[in-house]
Design a protein around this ligand. Structure first.
Ligand code: CUK
Ligand code: CUA
Ligand code: CA
Length: 642
């Protein structure tokens, strides 16, 4: 198998001159902002930078020259780091880490009252969870392509769904899903729901990998019959859990159809095994399809139960309850042994389920699945349109919008390019079909794979990224754990061409690659969006109600509104800090020595922290984020009196 070297030619991206000037103009203002007096700068400059698209001429190196911008946002998962990451594509440069499930001083995530409220706290004010495991990132759609509004990430560890708003690239909601464990695959609707009477907003669908006793209340641990897995629908806007559907077997990844009618999840444990060996005894497992409209009708008609203390309606999608296809909520399509990954083709016709323990990928025809649900097709297996043999350990599949699929082969350390229509012809017995078009070594053991705009109607066939689980010898060793390796591949030509690779901190799984002009970010908050904002340095003060003390503070480079403030030992202190600067990128930090407090506050934003003043003495509070020539002098003193 071959390994190709990049050619070297033109730079990747260019920004139109106009946007460029605006950008430089904004940057110049930041310099001036040092005076702390500049006001009224809009965020238009940043939006301008994002317009314009860059070509990917075959032969591009994927290098983005100093000062040039990437043409795509990569929204990356991080696994047990619990965060979402933003990479520039094709450069692979890390642009931002978005804390989601884990505490992070970079932003004060898990430290400020505002972030704690999103993450969830115990009665004593401490976080319910300090850990997470974020595997999958998917963004909101409108009419088949990204609308730039939200991105969601799952927490496999504590079964939570988080939402990141893409204008600020910050997490704004986290919902815990009841009665499941191992919440793994997740995918939002790709268009507005079909029947507006049934659904008012789009939804996010969530699979659950581990079966647990239902209810999970300490009884029934030894009775496998009481174990079950629930497929969950969450409202994209309210983030409330709408309904759940109980299945036989487990679920892994999730895909949704472009017409809003179907969702599906691959199942590797149709055996309902509790132990490792049991989960591999069957030659075939399944891809379970959900008939969304029927499920929502069943919920509406009251044909559901609730489980344990949860009020969420649970419908029965198990085989025994769904023997009549015309009424069925679910359809179990048999696919070979322990499949992993299910992906929707950008033409809306097929779901592709990778084989993992089988060297195949199964192409399932969605029209045929609907035919089965209408009673026109007897055997669910007849929905299979193709099952090409690709190589060892197929996991995930991406698309170029030109009819080709790209599948990772974990055991072969290869990405394989194959043609879907040719695979269908081969399945129909056409001997001359040319299914596999190219193979490329990747380094090493690839998991997820994705192409620019892959699962949208705008799949553009320019870049492919492969998340390699092991980098082995590719980078300087850094102790026992090597970085992972995100490899960037040019797919604009007939052959895949590896252009470069980026080491990343372990361990990302899924990611998406979004055209940069689809995401419009903002850099300055609106002061009025924060009811507790301290709008003028003159409003800075200390207010006491019994043992509760509130400190109202402003930050305006390079000065905090109070040079010192006094509290008493034993007080419950709340500090409310408003950043009155108005210029993008002028964040201030607030750290209190020996008090375990550290957060930042963005221009025109207000953040607060609450803590017990349990140590007497003088404690310097200083700006922890470099903001100004006099940043080091930007301090206040907390004096805790006995
Ligand atoms: S899973 Cu990690 S390689 Cu959690 Cu999407 Cu397939
Ligand atoms: Cu304000 Cu550093
Ligand atoms: Ca199995």
């Amino acid at each position: 198998m071959k390994q190709r070297k990049p050619n070297s030619t033109a730079a990747e991206t260019t920004i139109p001159d106009e946007g460029r000037r605006r950008f430089l103009g904004t940057a110049a203002v930041i310099g001036v902002a040092g005076a702390g007096l500049t006001a009224g700068i809009s965020v238009a400059g940043a939006a301008d930078q994002q317009s314009g698209t860059a070509a990917n001429p075959s032969g591009s190196t994927g290098e983005v020259e100093p000062g040039q911008l990437d043409s795509y946002y990569g929204l990356w998962s991080s696994g047990h780091a619990g965060e979402m990451r933003v990479l520039g594509i094709p450069s692979g440069r890390l642009l931002k880490r978005i804390p989601v499930f884990s505490v992070d001083c970079m932003s004060g995530w898990g430290i400020t009252n505002e972030s704690k409220k999103i993450m969830g706290t115990k009665p004593d004010g401490s976080l319910i969870y300090n850990t997470g495991d974020l595997h999958h990132v998917h963004a909101s759609y409108k009419e088949g392509t990204y609308d730039g509004k939200y991105a969601w990430g799952n927490d496999k560890l504590h079964s939570r769904l988080a939402r990141v708003r893409l204008d600020t690239m910050e997490c704004d909601r986290i919902t815990e899903i009841p009665n499941v464990q191992g919440f793994h695959g997740m995918f939002p609707d790709k268009r507005d729901p079909v029947d507006p009477a049934v659904n008012s907003t789009t939804r996010v669908f969530c699979g659950a990998e581990f079966s647990i006793p239902l209810p999970n209340n300490g009884k029934g641990a030894d009775d496998v019959k009481q174990y079950g897995s629930l497929f969950t629908c969450v409202d994209a806007e309210t983030m409330a859990v709408r309904w759940q559907c109980r299945v036989d077997g487990n679920m892994d990844l999730v895909a949704t159809s472009f017409d809003g009618k179907l969702a599906a999840s691959n199942q590797y444990n149709t055996e309902n095994g509790v132990h490792y060996e049991d989960m591999m005894s069957a030659e075939r497992d399944a891809c379970v399809f959900f008939h969304i409209a029927r499920i929502e009708q069943a919920v509406k008609d009251g044909r559901f139960k609730t489980i344990g203390t949860s009020k969420v309606p649970v419908v029965d999608g198990r085989k025994a309850a769904n023997t009549d296809p015309k009424m069925a909520l679910t359809c179990y399509v048999p696919v070979p042994k322990n499949p992993h990954g299910v992906n929707a083709t950008p033409d809306g016709k097929y779901f592709i389920c990778a084989g993992k323990l089988s060297p195949t990928a199964t192409v399932i025809d969605l029209q045929q699945v609907l035919s089965w649900f209408n009673g026109a097709l007897k055997d669910p297996r007849d929905t299979v349109a193709a099952e090409p043999e690709l190589g060892l350990g197929p996991l995930h599949t991406a698309f170029d919008g030109k009819g080709n699929a790209y599948t990772t082969l974990f055991l072969d350390s290869t990405a394989v390019k194959w043609n879907i229509e040719e695979a269908i012809k081969a399945y129909q017995g056409y001997k001359a079909a040319k299914v596999v078009l190219d193979r490329l070594d990747v380094h090493y053991q690839p998991g997820h794979i994705n192409a620019s705009m892959s699962e949208t109607t705008q799949a553009d066939g320019k870049w492919l990224a492969v998340g390699c689980k092991f980098s082995k010898d590719r980078f300087l060793p850094v102790g026992p754990l090597h970085p992972e390796n995100e490899q960037i591949i040019d797919i604009s030509g007939d052959e895949m061409r590896l252009v470069h690779e980026t080491p990343v901190s372990p361990e990302p799984h899924d990611f998406i690659i979004v055209k940069r002009d689809l995401i419009k970010t903002r850099q300055v908050y609106n002061l009025d969006d924060f009811p507790n904002a301290v709008k003028d340095p003159k409003e800075c003060r200390v207010e006491r109600h019994g043992k509760k003390v509130t400190v109202y503070l402003t930050a305006l480079a390079p000065i905090f509104g109070l040079r010192e403030f006094k509290v008493k030992r034993g007080d419950e202190v709340t500090i409310i800090l408003t950043n009155l600067d108005m210029v993008e990128d002028l964040a201030h930090g607030f750290g209190i020595a020996n008090y375990d407090i550290n957060f930042i506050v963005h221009p025109q934003q207000t953040q607060s922290v609450t803590f017990k003043a349990d140590k007497a003495g003088v404690f310097w509070c200083y700006c922890t984020h470099f903001c100004h020539a006099l940043h080091l002098e930007m301090r206040s003193r907390m004096i805790v009196e006995v």
